[in-house]
Design a binder for this molecule. Sequence first.
Ligand SMILES: C[S@@+](CC[C@H](N)C(=O)[O-])C[C@H]1O[C@@H](n2cnc3c(N)ncnc32)[C@H](O)[C@@H]1O
Length: 398
Amino acid sequence: MANDGTNGINGDHPAVDVAIAIQPNNAEAVPDLLKQITAGVSALETGGDEARHDLLIKARTLVQSLETPRETMVKHCWAQTGAMAGLCFGVDSGLWKLMAKNGDRPQTVAELAEPLGVEPLLLSRLMRHLGAMGYIIETGTDEYKPTNYSKAMSIPIIGDGYLAMISCTSQGPIKFHEYSRKRGFKNPTDAKDTSMMYGYQTEMDMFAWQQSLGYGMHFNHHMGGYRQGRPPAFLVDIGGSVGHDLDEFRRHHPDAPGKLILQDLPVVIGQIKELNPAITTMEYDFHTAQPVEGARAYYMHSCLHDWPDDVCGSILARIKAAMKPGYSKLLINENVIPSTGAYWETSALDMVMLTLFCSTERTETDWYNLLEKQAGLKIVKIWSGGKGVESLIECELP
Ligand SMILES: C[S@@+](CC[C@H](N)C(=O)[O-])C[C@H]1O[C@@H](n2cnc3c(N)ncnc32)[C@H](O)[C@@H]1O
């Protein structure tokens, strides 16, 4: 039975006293965390990005430990949703681009509002909250300096994702509880009945929905941003978006022999503005027969996670039919979730899959079930990318 909002869950009295809401989440953990953080700061100089990640997780745990449940609630229900409104507004209005162009100096609301064509009072309110949340730095009354984060938001592959994801898809996670309740709280696997479709009352999948709202190119940019800092990969790139992986591969291996073919839906291929001439583009729907037969390698990056097993099975069957025995490889660049200690970016992506696609990020067992048992391929090796980074699953015909 659902929470009817009257008196605790299902009409019961709460199991804990309300005083808990204004006590820190875990005050006892604070002294030890501070010691670990101090040690972590010294490790930063020599430990590289791994040490930084480690420190980041401890610092986040420190904040969570100090925060009270009431503060966490206000953060979730007001502060973060309000910040999302301001951050998306900054991308759409050109605020982040203008601030980055003005450089690191303090900038007043008045001088920014005029060229943006935004009412100063509106900009003042939005920037006040973004300053209070630390996304920009307040330097005086209605005056702010950019941060590295706000500067990065001026770059399309960072900023555009806010419009593609927050503005086009957020009803998926936000309405998930209601969608799930109406379907008996079962793990959803029907790609034609997702929480996102329920939230927006549409039959379109996420890709078509974003395109219909005019944010298709923003999503392509978003995928370009997500892959930053990850190792490059290659070849017939199926669902390869606007070509960032192949482009990067070409830059790393300018003399690699053979053709590089980029396949995606016609609307995405049509949005490509500039591409290395060594890459051939091809409009292709991966729910239909694969037109390139006998390639050395077929490559898919972050595509299969968008679809439940039944749809993946039919996508894989198309690739399998085109592969040449003893020669062709299928290289799948995807997350392989460990059985414990999942990285937060990966579990977050699983929530995206759950609420937008009725699909999933997969564990090693899930991959073996899908690729070997269901699709009849052979996994040669899973090349691990490290914590929170996709692995490369090398497959061939058995
Ligand atoms: C999550 S994105 C991954 C893009 C790219 N591989 C990357 O890693 O940046 C999924 C891609 O699948 C493409 N896609 C969705 N449905 C498709 C279909 N039926 N046929 C071909 N591509 C499709 C989308 O247009 C999008 O570019």
